[in-house]
Design a binder for this molecule. Sequence first.
Ligand SMILES: Cc1cc2nc3c(=O)[nH]c(=O)nc-3n(C[C@H](O)[C@H](O)[C@H](O)COP(=O)(O)O)c2cc1C
Length: 493
Amino acid sequence: MPAVVIMGKGKSLRGFIDQLDRSGRLRRISGADWDLEIGALTDANAKNNKYALLFDDIKGYPKGFRLLTGALLDAPRVALALGFDSQVNNLQLASLIKNKIKNGESKTGEYSPKYVDSGPIMENKDTGNKIDILKFPAPKWFKNDGGRYIGTADAVITSDPDSGWVNVGTYRIMIKDRNKLAILMEASRHGRNHYQKYIKKGQECPVAISFGHDPGINLFSGNEVPEGISEFDFLGSIRGEPISVIKGPVTGLPIPADSEIAIEGYITEELTDEGPLGEFIGYYGGGKMLNPVIRIEAVYYRNDPIMLGTCAGKPPYDYSYFRCPIRSALIWNSLEATGISGIKGVWCHEEGYSRAFTAVSLRQTYGGQAVMAGHIASQCRPGAVAGRYTVVVDDDIDPSNLNDVVWAMCSRNDPATGIHIINDTMGTPLDPISKHTEGKDLLEFTSSRAVVLAVKPIGSVIRGNFPEVVKADEQTEELVRKRWHHILERETK
Ligand SMILES: Cc1cc2nc3c(=O)[nH]c(=O)nc-3n(C[C@H](O)[C@H](O)[C@H](O)COP(=O)(O)O)c2cc1C
């Protein structure tokens, strides 16, 4: 993979694809089958060359009805989707996003979506008998999946029936019929809260869903943005520019004007079999479930529409990277908001699918600081969902370097006293070690967390008497670097 600096802003999906193409990161795939082949290729690509894959001529579908996977597989792509011009490392990217979030949070109102009268999404409209969601090449990703999933990298738009606050979430969506879908919205999800409020009032929940759009939207629809803030506003405030939306003719909900494929409809009280689908932890932990039916009232799409898609597996997988810098930034911001001093960095590791292995580095100046940081990072909302291990390290350790974090655990953690277990924290039925019992509700699942204090004892920090790290002195290191560089330089093929 060439080390290419991607310049400029992403914005629309087509603009984003053009930029990936120019940087050498795009591959066009013609003739693949929606039935298993796209899934297998997408997963193998995420574990190997990490291209963005633009599928066309998909078996049984007309040329032009396309699907993009691998959209956000690395730091330059996430930076591009956010409109950053830089080629940055993981921690720099998280820090950049954290600072933007910090400055942007108070300004979300200023960057609310801009309503426009129409947009490319309205090039084609199907209603009534014309509705057929199967006209789009939704993949069956893996053999054990329960069906075809049109919604994997989607943007599900709902609003709070009381306050009108608009939420955008990424929730998986399975095709049930020409005009029927099924959706999984887990506990704590804002879309689920909206849905439950409508149902309590005896109403169906209006919904608009985009299946192909500016990938910047996914960075926040797929991560825990604070309640009451719309992901559209959040993205706008971080980019310093609002996104353009149209008012959905059926529900009045905002739909990105340059979305590629979108529907409007209602999430109903009816429940149906949904799943299984390969899940973010890398298993089929949740299996088949009973989940709400969405009745489609209208389908909109651009000419030659491009769907966004993604699939899970054992990390690294197609969407295991992009949540790392965003979640790291959200947790880092939450830690700073509590006033804990000395936070130097946060990194949510891809090996833990961004949720289960988080490292926080801090400069210790007083006793208890590491415990505060670890517990808050573990339990603030972006850190709490499906978490497992939170490791606190000193500021000489790069939290994004797994080798260094594990070394700190192995050399500075006392297992007897330095691992805090928190019981009864938020759980998920998708966790392969969660206990499933007959009739257990999605909202009942709990699990435990470990906060690992891989830091020097505070007394030794204050007295400056923790044993020195073994390494060459600076002078000799410099001499060796100059004299023996041909031995030390990495060979490139
Ligand atoms: C590719 C992808 C698929 C996801 N699928 C689901 C899902 O099926 N159900 C769910 O509840 N959350 C799912 N999530 C996680 C949510 O998107 C995430 O928790 C997000 O914060 C939800 O938005 P909300 O906080 O506004 O509810 C998925 C995330 C990604 C990136």
